[in-house]
Design a protein around this ligand. Structure first.
Ligand SMILES: Nc1nc2c(ncn2[C@@H]2O[C@H](COP(=O)(O)OP(=O)(O)OP(=O)(O)O)[C@@H](O)[C@H]2O)c(=O)[nH]1
Length: 233
């Protein structure tokens, strides 16, 4: 018998029987994650980088919502993440908000070379909180950290916003260089496992703060004392 935990509710699966669930579909946890943020911040590329480890220079914008499943092993637990890649374009907002419902976690992305996409974050956080489940876990992701010379957002500004809004973490990623992509999703998975009754021994989670940041781990107190300097990618 295989078991799959869907955010608190256990479902049993009998491989090869009438459910049609195969051995490879078995998992210990199954989480729904929505990926939101302005258009062209790199959401689709991050997901592609997560799945393939490669960068694909996307030629077109997402229309509505795309869906993918990513499985990872966390300390011996098989964790499946249903990732919903939503279109950032304004015209799809009404449609995409329908997918926020029942999401356990939200990745909220901005492009660190475009300040306007960072300034949109309060909107996205509000929307996730408004249309999603109560106490949804969210992570702020500053993408394109390979483009350091074009940086318009200090990492410390993202940390401050993360602290103010109650984000789990602020991270900087590069889909192009596959930097911090796996880490972002693993961080989310570990937190969701803990919130859903699993025990995941990990030094980051034993920190008194639940805010984990780019490159190094800092508690909220440490963040406040960080100098205003851009972080290296
Ligand atoms: N330099 C660099 N470019 C990136 C990175 N990630 C994405 N891009 C580029 O940014 C552009 C937008 O990427 P997408 O993944 O399509 O952005 P999106 O957020 O999914 O956009 P929508 O589908 O409109 O919501 C593409 O031209 C990518 O090649 C990155 O990490 N570094």
């Amino acid at each position: 018998m295989q078991w799959c935990k869907w955010a608190g509710k256990w479902k049993s699966h009998l491989p090869g029987q009438s459910t049609g669930v195969q051995e490879e579909d078995a998992c210990d946890f199954l989480f729904k994650i929505i990926f939101v943020g302005d258009s062209n911040v790199g959401k689709t590329c991050i997901i592609h980088s997560l799945k393939s480890g490669e960068f694909r220079d996307k030629q077109h914008n997402t229309i509505g919502v795309d869906f993918t499943v990513h499985t990872m092993d966390i300390d011996g637990k098989r964790v499946k993440m249903q990732i919903w890649d939503t279109a950032g374009q304004e015209r799809f907002r009404t449609i995409t908000q329908n997918y926020y419902r029942s999401a356990h976690g939200a990745m909220i992305a901005y492009d660190l070379t475009r300040r306007s996409t960072f300034d949109s974050l309060p909107h996205w956080i509000h929307a996730v909180e408004q249309y999603g489940v109560a106490n949804v876990v969210f992570v702020l992701i500053g993408n394109k950290c390979d483009l350091q010379p074009h940086r318009q957002v200090l990492f410390e500004d993202a940390c401050t916003l993360a602290e103010q809004k109650g984000a789990l973490a602020a991270l900087e990623t590069s889909a192009k260089e596959n930097h911090n992509v796996q880490e972002a999703f693993e961080l989310m998975a570990r937190e969701l496992i803990v919130r859903n009754g699993g025990i995941v021994p990990h030094e980051a989670l034993s920190d008194s703060s639940n805010l984990f940041l780019y490159a190094e781990t800092h508690s909220i107190g440490e963040v406040e004392s960080l100098e205003k300097k851009s972080c290296e990618c």
